[in-house]
Design a protein around this ligand. Sequence first.
Ligand SMILES: [Zn+2]
Length: 420
Amino acid sequence: MTLRLHDARRGGLHPFTPIGERPSVGLYVCGVTPYDTGHIGHAFTYVSFDVLHRYLEYLGHEVTYVQNLTDVDDDMLRKARETGENYLELGNRHVTTFLTEMAALNWLPPNHYPRATEHIPQMLELIGALVDKGLAYAAEGNVFFSIAADPDYGQLSKLSPDEMLPIANERGNDPTMAGKRDPLDFVLWQRSLPDEPAWPSPWGPGRPGWHIECSAMAMAYLGTRFEIHGGGGDLLFPHHESELAQSEHATGDRPAVGWWTHAGMLSYEGHKMSKSLGNLVLVRDLLCTYPGDAIRHYLVSHHYRSEVEFKADDLDAAADAAALLRQACLRADELAESGVTAAQSEEVAAHRRAFLAAMDDDLDTPRAMPELAALARLALESELPAVAVEAGQAVVELGGRILGLRLAPHAEAVSASNAA
Ligand SMILES: [Zn+2]
């Protein structure tokens, strides 16, 4: 079996094979804009890509995982203005909280954790290349990407221009910005307001647009072509659509990304979890009640691309399910020493095969996890001989490591050494 992963650009699942020149697989995931506390929807995205990271490593790939920090953008500056705090201090405070929460969820930290403010020269270089090629224009101290100059714009989201504008406007686009030729033209560089940070540029002092930040940071660490680009489903358009357009036109190397993958969105009480609706379930609140393994088990029991309706009761069931796996891994006493049958050995092997086959199928964790639960129940059966129990435990531990569950002391030791 080969891992097949969903790619939004081509549509459907495609067998995973490295595409770059590098010895490692490149994985870039859009990170947080650190202006507020993290909610369970963010955790679903980052835990989902953590499972992908872990599974790629299980398959023998070396992975270079990059997750950025959008530490300067409209939201950061608005919140800093509201709280009277410096935007970088505001960001640092929330980044610390985010990393603490993700560590509690047994997240393997990225290899690189770049900040937008530390990559302004790379952004200016990309913007310059787009202006030189006639894909971008300067006006009123701003620089815009011209949608009219790119007939491929829309290849990722498959949206028509009429469908694009309302979504773009909802997600940060200002259609009335000074100098725009088309309301959908997106900002690459913008003139800063008097109380905003500003960097020098050939088009006047200003700050970068949101989309160009990720193009520059991905390229800085992974080159002009890499394997997997991820993020939450609400980033598909306009963020990733625009990133794709910028990156491919600036360098001419395409496809810039082999697999564009997106995690589903969480809703609560019938609505997408959002700050404006006030229906956020915060990770820090859940961690007061549930162990990290219970939350992690709950998250990975949903397919990463599915839309999830959060129900608190589901966490109780997840806590029980995680406890069953742990209990099975810890069992070491009162086992018969011999007498394993061929049927018992085959049963363990069949669950292992089924677990890995489900993971190969676009990380189908809801189909994979019952295999571990079945093995855990088997390992807890009183009449099973030691060798069969140990074989079952080994598979449960392997599954736990791939899914990022801290099950047995052995599994925790592996996670701790990976995190160090
Ligand atoms: Zn991004």
